[in-house]
Design a protein around this ligand. Sequence first.
Ligand code: HEM
Ligand code: FES
Length: 780
Amino acid sequence: TNSRRAGAEAGGCPIHQPGRQQDLAPNGCPISPRAAAFDPFDRPYQLDPAEALRWSREQEPVFYSPRLGYWVVSRYDDIKAIFRDNITFSPSIALEKITPASKEAQAVLERYDYGMNRTLVNEDEPAHMARRRELLEAFSPEALEAHAPMVRRLVREKLDAIVDRGRADLVDEMFWEVPLTVALHFLGVPEEDMEQLRRFSVAHTLNTWGRPSPEQQVEVAEGVGKFWQYSGEVLVKMQRQTRGKGWMYDMIEKNRQKPDVVTDNYLHSMMMAIIVAAHETTALATANAFRQLLSRPAVWDELCDNPELIPAAAEECLRHSGSVVAWRRRATREVAVGGVTIPEDGKILMVTASGNHDPSHFENPDELDIYRDNAVDHLTFGYGSHQCMGKNLGRMEMRIFLEEFTRRLPHLELEEQEFTFLPNTSFRGPEALWVRWDPAKNPERQDPAVRTAQRDFAVGAPSRQDIARTMVVAKVQAAADGVLQIALEDPRGRRVPAWSPGSHVDLIMGDYVRKYSLCGETDDPYWLQVAVLREEAGRGGSAWIHEHFEPGMTLRLRGPKNHFRLDESAQHYVLIAGGIGITPIIAMADRLRRLGKSYELHYAGRSRSSMAFIERLERDHGEALQLYPKDEGRRLDLAGLLAEPREATLLYACGPERLLTALEGGTAHWPEGSLHVEHFTAEGALLDPENEHAFEVELTDSELTVEVPPERTLLQVLRTAGIDVPSDCEEGLCGSCQVEVVEGEVDHRDKVLTAAERASQDRLMSCCSRARGRKLVLAL
Ligand code: HEM
Ligand code: FES
């Protein structure tokens, strides 16, 4: 106790109340009343773990729970740091019984010779990675692609069975059975007695993550013992087969070839654990997703109208209401997490559901936003070297469920109901999900083709490229010779997404995708406005817009996104626009005026009649404005303007590449980072395999090494290896695919990093940049 007291007095302890008698945690720090009262088996956590830990996220992000005997971690960054370091934080307790078995239960388990031990998820290094590497093949995009028709067929059969009924409990009808059948197919395990397997899974979950009462303990142990026995029998049966297909057969084969890597006990333990890992997770995730989406009818309708959004929506549901809400690690040495010292052997419960609602990583974290562009960063699949191997199979199943239902039963409604959950710390989803619909309104009664129409989403994390919304053209008017100003609005009259000066949108019109800067008022809640110059020498997109756009027409839009952000901290601004490049610049000028900043605006063009917004500029920015219509003999004198570098001044420019190149040259003697330009094309970023060389990339968090061949980008290779890196433009313009470089010299190809950032060699844009030499080491 002496050393404990010393710890408490040493400070750094936010909870310590001098002069009060407080219970102490194992690190000597006093336990706060809330930490003392925390119990994951209480109602609040069982109903909504993220909400139940809000206080912790906000005030005490790492605390010791005496009721559980665990250190609870609730913030995103702390959880990710733990996942990253699987040596300091061992996964060995991931499948340990969180409530120790009673004597009677222990006896039951012994009778069944229960010997569940290490699998993958709870194996330490180096054994784990050696095994995982041997077993990766079944999860390659091509291998998974091959399972999609089977998933589709199963979902369709189940849906056929209820489509004319009008009411169903989807959990009971299909959310359990389909993922279980898919899992068995994937593993190669014969489909026998599915009901029994479902009971086994429940017993396994309660046994591992639950708190069964003493009487229940015996019953649960019976179930677990039988499950263990059954797994052993199935395994023996499979081992006798010579040419079986499925992931378990891969393991059996590796067990024959490398029995020291893929061990006998591993096979038996894995057989039991994987049946649960591969189906219960997906079943619960699907139920959570349908519950969340159907309880927001506007969001559900939007998904029915925009099925391209399904991958993004499924991902957002995994973030907002994941099926795995907490995961465990053990500290192998004394270590500080979020400023709190966790002693050696301390057991840690990372509440990933809480991390997924951490406002420091996710904006408006409690909102279900199917347009959220970093949903893929969620922790529901874990992270790092143990990250869920089956995530892309789970994603595929959720997407196919959503796709079939939004197409065939868009009028589906959630019934009023009380949801119940199997009481445990980690696996979460409603035990039943009652829905209803009017079969007379089933679209397939009008058009039988609806039943089988389908789209196939690419395997893997959703791409931001898929996150597009439908908009309606509200107004089209001439803004200058050859320039149309276009206002877009939401088809349901809702507010348009917020944007900042410098933002652009991608307009998607059939095969054409074009980027346009937003040029309306940033505080206009109902319109997004762009100005489009008809470019005779262009690729046809702008001509198409000029010929076809008219009020009432719908189109798809990505964004707004901002790759050209205005730094509001400078004292003075020089804004430079050439021709149609005025569009982002006018929004910046509006903002600077509102902020009361000092700025000047230089605007060059062919002639007044071809220069958009002159009236608005003269009205709002008269004193700051200099116009340079070429036909009036006025030329922008860049050399003169840039001759003297100015302190605390930032330049923002948009216009023809010629102008931007001249600016880059002309500001070489200005302080680093003074010039900001908007590029709309990334010439040079595209890959020319003839002139590239292959290189090797070592990933420290995932403990993988991959080879990037001349004809593929680093980002593509990472995706294929199952590493989810957010991306957006995929041409070096936006910065979203940035990854941290640990070692190696980078051949930077992006337009995002400044010269100083490049020189530091500590980050790169994975969509376009490559290795100068033969190898890079990345913190991924
Ligand atoms: C590991 C969640 C579906 C196979 C994990 C982990 C989590 C998880 C949280 C531990 C990650 C860590 O320690 O960093 C989920 C969720 C799923 C899902 C939420 C569905 C929505 C699947 C499927 C399969 C699968 C369908 C198999 C086909 C595995 C395996 C591991 C794992 C083999 C262990 C990986 C290792 O330790 O190297 N999963 N899982 N999972 N999952 Fe999943
Ligand atoms: Fe935009 Fe790589 S995805 S820079």
